[in-house]
Ligand binder design. Structure first.
Ligand code: ZN
Length: 240
């Protein structure tokens, strides 16, 4: 069984299409999504349609939450705020209700899905270092947990202590716990401007980070044509 773990699509249809094509070529048979299907990109509706049509199990991200809650997106910076209000206006009532109904945490085969952290899934905290990972581990009931939100692919491992760092491919070992950020499909933020996701091969135990080129030019043109803030287009080329 090969799972594709995708996160933070952020309405970037071109990046999502590149990921789904690659996953298919890699023999992936199941998909899961860690939230933030919408927000920032120009194709929230189409990305949402694909995730729903493929019946991809999904947890709720902060953008999904704010778009569907009707709350004033106060905690966000100006660009994100504009994008949330724009996105909200693109979706119909039924789509917003679907986003609203997403759970914050889900347990699949031997792994957990969460958007931000397990110690406060609704607080939208960030896990970027060992201390933040150490706060989440006590709430993790499965050997592996995948998370998103930071858009920075990092792996944390807990055996006698918590260690962390970047990764590309490694094997899950029994007796240890893993907390893994899979990077972002639609808006990379670690300086590598590519569509990023993870393949988890349940049979061999291997985790592989995949980074793909995609039709970024089209995604950028659509953001500008939609009247969204221009830096949401230019940041795609920078990867942060
Ligand atoms: Zn995000």
């Amino acid at each position: 069984m090969k799972y594709a773990i995708i996160a933070d699509i952020h309405g970037n249809l071109e990046a999502l299409q590149a990921v789904l094509k690659d996953a298919k070529e890699q023999g992936v048979d199941k998909y899961v999504c860690l939230g933030d299907i919408v927000g920032y990109g120009a194709d929230p509706k189409e990305c949402l349609r694909i995730v729903r049509e493929m019946q991809i199990p999904c947890v709720k991200g902060n953008h999904d939450d704010y778009c569907s809650s009707g709350l004033d997106p106060d905690g966000f910076n100006e660009g994100a705020k504009t994008a949330i209000l724009w996105t909200r206006a693109q979706l119909n009532e039924e789509e917003l209700l679907w986003l609203k109904s997403l759970k914050f945490v889900r347990i699949m085969a031997n792994f957990t899905l969460v958007h931000a952290t397990l110690d406060g899934p609704q607080r939208w905290g960030y896990i970027l270092d060992k201390l933040e990972a150490a706060a989440s581990f006590p709430y993790q009931q499965t050997p592996v947990c995948f998370f998103g939100h930071t858009h920075v692919p990092l792996a944390f491992v807990r055996d006698t202590a918590v260690r962390g760092g970047t990764y590309s491919r490694f094997k899950i070992e029994s007796g240890k716990k893993y907390l893994l950020n899979v990077g972002s499909v639609g808006q990379s933020r670690d300086g590598v401007p590519k569509a990023t996701y993870v393949i988890y091969d349940l049979r061999s135990g291997y985790i592989e980070l995949r980074r793909l080129d995609y039709d970024m030019e089209t995604a950028m043109k659509k953001i500008i044509a939609a009247g969204l803030p221009e830096h949401l287009a230019s940041r795609l080329t920078l990867g942060h």
